[in-house]
Design a protein. Structure first.
Length: 147
């Protein structure tokens, strides 16, 4: 395979990767976790293939001198598009992870608050609640004073 064929291959793979990133970004914007998951295998395969092809040109950049200027320009445009899409993708993924983490933390805190008190009856037989340290589990306790 000559440099032109390898470059065409790299441009094709970059274009496919751009399509997958656009789909994933749209799914992230919709909050479509299953859609993101469905694209993961293709994304991984395309990233690996793109990196492998790109590495060959990085190891021997002189190959690019034998390729048509229009083809080199197309590669530069593909690389720029991928860079922009990957930045957007990273930002969307970070936001999704942060939102998920916040929901989990709020849930955990609600459970802690719900379980952190001990409920008992006071001297006047009225239900009372004594808050203990956060995270402590409540325990049911009765005292038989007839002994």
């Amino acid at each position: 395979m000559d440099a032109t064929d390898r470059l065409n291959d790299l441009i094709y793979i970059g274009g496919r990767l751009a399509e997958v990133l656009e789909q994933e970004n749209a799914a992230l914007n919709r909050g479509d976790v299953q859609g993101v998951d469905d694209l993961l295998d293709d994304k991984i395969k395309l990233v690996r293939a793109y990196e492998t092809r790109l590495k060959a040109f990085q190891e021997d950049p002189g190959q690019l001198n034998t390729v048509d200027d229009d083809l080199r320009q197309e590669l530069a445009e593909t690389g720029q598009q991928l860079s922009e899409l990957m930045q957007e993708n990273a930002s969307l993924l970070e936001s999704a992870v942060s939102a998920s983490r916040s929901v989990v933390e709020a849930f955990v805190e609600a459970v802690r608050e719900d379980q952190s008190g001990t409920t008992y009856y006071d001297e006047s037989a009225v239900l009372a609640s004594e808050r203990t340290r956060p995270g402590a589990r409540g325990a049911a306790l009765t005292v038989d004073q007839t002994l």
